[in-house]
Design a protein around this ligand. Structure first.
Ligand code: HEC
Ligand code: HEC
Length: 281
């Protein structure tokens, strides 16, 4: 960290130096499945990061433990709620998600590749956009609020059936320009603090910022159950919070800017296991 921004950030970062390396720990789910929480960085990060790491490695012992067992993971209650709405008939077409898609477990493999380009619509879609598109055009039902509870329950269900599968979003072809835009946003300094995502999550992961242990800001664990607000938190809600912390005007959840940022941030975690719903503080 060089200049003025560095000085500002140094002020934010804890002055007492505690050893704050990520823990050397393995995330084994239900004593069965070992998830990949650190792995070689994808090629597009060469020269920037050697390794990518899940936010799980930066949390305390108790918080980490909650995520190892579905009975202890408070996020799993919301997965059950997501399953109920998967099977609920809604809208003018008299259909449920299950009417067309079968069991929710048949969606295994979908979460890891989103955001993804939709050929027919000619747009990059997040999972939330795709779910709302199905609700509107396939079911004749109302859209869910982008970061609302029903949507988070559904994305938790869709993540849960892919747990352990590696994040694998495409970054080229038709998504390339969106990915480029996301990358630009990631490195853009915003707000009175003039901080970019990279200032905190690339240059300072492992350091303490106030009481928080800074992670790489990965999204493989979303949606995330936060002990702080005792509910599921979606990706764009988290982005909003982080941007606001730099005292900047933030983009709206579901905006094209946050969609682009999500694609880029997801691609920084290519190779990490899908963990959602994860537990964080
Ligand atoms: C009437 C049939 C129908 C219903 C009901 C329906 N979908 Fe879909 N869904 C589709 C079709 C068709 C596609 C492929 C659309 C496309 O590629 O544009 C799709 C695609 C998807 C995908 C992306 C899959 C992939 O491989 O990329 C997800 C996720 C999804 N639906 C979730 C849901 C959810 C959640 C519900 C209930 C809220 C739902 N769908 C209800 C027909 C339906
Ligand atoms: C001032 C420093 C700071 C900036 C700038 C910042 N964040 Fe964060 N972010 C944090 C802190 C602190 C946390 C909570 C601890 C952690 O997981 O790193 C966090 C958490 C996150 C998480 C949750 C990680 C997980 O595993 O649950 C994501 C995702 C994230 N940030 C993305 C971003 C993005 C994208 C940007 C840029 C728009 C950004 N952050 C900018 C400080 C920052």
């Amino acid at each position: 960290m060089r200049n003025l921004t560095g000085a500002l950030l140094a002020g934010l970062l804890s002055t007492t130096f505690v050893s704050a390396d990520p823990v050397d720990d393995k995330l084994v789910l239900n004593e069965e499945t070992t998830l990949v929480t650190r792995t070689a960085a994808p090629a597009h990060l060469s020269g920037v990061l050697d390794e990518v790491m899940s936010g799980w490695l930066f949390r305390g012992t108790e918080t980490r433990a909650m995520q190892t067992d579905d009975f202890d993971n408070p996020g799993m209650i919301f997965v059950d709620k997501g399953e109920d709405s998967w099977n609920a008939v809604e809208g003018t077409e008299g259909k449920s998600c299950a009417s067309c898609h079968g069991g929710s477990e048949d969606m295994a493999g979908v979460r890891p590749v989103y955001p993804k380009f939709n050929e027919a619509a000619g747009e990059v879609r997040t999972l939330e956009m795709q779910v709302n598109d199905c609700r509107e055009t396939q079911m004749g039902a109302d859209k869910w609020k982008y970061t609302g509870g029903s949507m988070a329950n559904m994305t938790a269900l869709l993540a849960s059936v892919s747990r352990g599968m590696p994040v694998n979003v495409a970054i080229d072809g038709p998504v390339q320009s969106t990915w480029d835009e996301g990358k630009e946003l990631y490195y853009a300094r915003t707000g009175q603090l003039e901080l970019s995502c990279a200032n905190c999550h690339e240059e300072n992961f492992g350091n303490m910022i106030r009481a928080d242990h800074l992670s790489q800001g990965q999204i493989n664990g979303f949606p995330t159950y936060r002990l702080k607000n005792t509910k599921l938190n979606s990706v764009h809600a988290r982005f909003k919070g982080c941007v606001r912390d730099t005292r900047a005007e933030t983009y709206k959840p579901g905006s094209s800017e946050f969609v682009a940022l999500e694609l880029y941030v997801a691609s920084r975690g290519n190779g990490l296991s899908v963990e959602g719903p994860s537990v964080r503080n």
